[in-house]
Design a protein around this ligand. Structure first.
Ligand code: HEM
Length: 423
């Protein structure tokens, strides 16, 4: 008898893949069903309140499609339980996308024992000691961007000149990609998380993986001193070029738009209430708390990777069937009223509130400390270099990406103001 899970996977695979080569293509779905996009919708910086009506319970059945239930988990304790449970849930999307799944790559879509083996290759590159060694270089990168803003002023787009270039250059540095490769790589990395861009997003996945594959092949012959070269040197033939390329791709996509979005939206949070902008500018001791609260408040990775139930199970009173999809709504979980009072407001003076901005459990963000470091360096330097920085448009003109898994704003025009104060 055909396994029911296999049959469902086959249906999804047919819907998701093009006949030519089986490349994943979301555009082959006429449109992503609206109901599934609801957890991604926000109102400015806030999760849309009306989702409460759509998903009134912490574990809620959002939709039934392709013969399976899709569950949304928006309570923080419930989301933690799902993210920590590798026994009941799988991250592996590859059975749904056929042979081309090998090109999906990255840690986020793998299960044990493969996940542990691959993650073990990365973690030595993300120890505090190694991350802190990047600090002087991050400072230089930030300062160079601030100078570029100054040269382009008095009105510049903070997204273009500040939020995107900083994490892009930091990750190129981390991976050890040569300068001459960076422009092409930047072009390939665009729009990868935007579900509305359909084939564009997934087309970019395979192209940038080919690009990274090539970079790995070159470093196999001559290992550099970045992450690629160090993994090659440490793991030798026990890891394939394709695996390293997929890992690097996961690092890149995991760390690029996420951090860029934090820099752009975080700047908006600071500019919305000058007290916080001034705090970051004047008080070095405040930055850790500001960044932590910002991570919680914005939770830019709005939903975790989908988890597929491997077995029938009870989840906080709901019956989840083998093959069902469970989606942890991180942005909502981080405002769960059961965790603390008034979590819909941004308040860095509150006792820090536990959050899921970096996920939880086995797939928790590898780059969390690098991201924190970038944010802690970038915001105070921005505020000191341009103490009169101000939005150059009405907040109502800002366009937020409302179908994107990584919540983002398209552009943030700012006026740089007068000269910096001597510090
Ligand atoms: C503020 C910026 C960032 C945020 C909000 C963020 C958020 C997240 C979240 C929520 C997950 C877990 C997803 C899940 O369990 O389904 C994750 C995983 C991951 N992140 Fe980040 N991330 C950020 C920055 C970075 C950086 C800088 C890097 C690397 C340079 C990175 C690399 C990764 C990788 C490789 C994973 C997959 C880990 C695994 O599956 O074991 N992230 N990130």
């Amino acid at each position: 008898m055909i396994d029911v899970l296999d049959a469902r996977r086959r249906v999804v695979r047919r819907l998701l893949t093009r006949r030519s080569g089986g490349v994943v293509d979301l555009s082959s779905l006429e449109s992503v069903p609206r109901r599934l996009l609801r957890p991604l919708r926000r109102d400015g910086l806030d999760p849309v309140q009306r989702l409460g009506a759509v998903a009134p319970e912490p574990v809620h059945r959002l939709a039934h499609m392709f013969g399976m239930n899709i569950w949304l988990v928006s309570g923080q304790a419930e989301a933690r339980a799902v993210l920590a449970d590798q026994g009941s849930f799988s991250n592996d999307i590859r059975p749904f996308v056929g042979t081309s799944g090998s090109s999906i790559g990255g840690l986020g879509f793998t299960d044990p024992p493969e996940h542990g083996r691959l993650r073990g290759l990365l973690t030595p590159e993300f120890t505090m000691r190694r991350i802190n060694r990047l600090a002087p270089r991050i400072e230089e990168i930030v300062d160079a961007q601030l100078e570029e803003m100054h040269a382009a002023g008095p009105v510049v787009d903070l997204v273009e000149k500040f939020a995107f270039p900083i994490p892009f250059l930091v990750i190129c540095e981390l991976l050890g990609l040569p300068d001459e490769d960076r422009d092409r790589f930047r072009a390939l990395s665009h729009a990868r998380f935007d579900v509305s861009s359909g084939a564009g997003a997934f087309g970019a996945i395979s192209e940038s993986q080919l690009f990274l594959h090539e970079a790995v092949r070159r470093q196999r012959a001559e290992p550099g001193d970045g992450l690629l070269g160090r993994i090659i040197a440490a793991a030798g033939d026990s890891v394939t070029d394709e695996e390293i390329a997929a890992l690097a791709d996961g690092v890149f996509t995991g760390g690029y738009e996420t951090t860029a979005s934090m820099l752009a939206l975080g700047s908006l949070v600071l500019l919305r209430d000058r007290r916080f902008f001034d705090l970051v500018r004047d008080d070095d001791s405040a930055i850790d708390a500001v960044v932590e609260e910002m991570l919680r408040y914005l939770t830019v990775v709005q939903i975790a990777f989908p988890r597929f139930a491997k077995v029938d199970l009870e989840l906080f009173g709901k019956h989840i069937r083998k093959g069902d999809v469970v989606i942890a709504a991180l942005s909502r979980a981080d405002r769960d009223a059961r965790v603390g009072p008034d979590l819909n407001s941004f308040d860095p003076r509150r006792p820090s509130s536990p959050h899921l901005a970096f996920g939880h459990g086995f797939h928790r963000c590898v780059g969390a400390e690098l991201a924190r470091l970038e944010l802690r360096i970038a915001f105070p330097r921005l505020a000191r270099r341009f103490p009169e920085l101000a939005l150059a448009t009405a907040p109502s003109n800002l366009r937020f990406r409302d179908r994107s898994i990584v919540y983002a704003v398209d552009s943030v025009p700012v006026h740089l103001g007068g000269l910096p104060r001597s510090s």
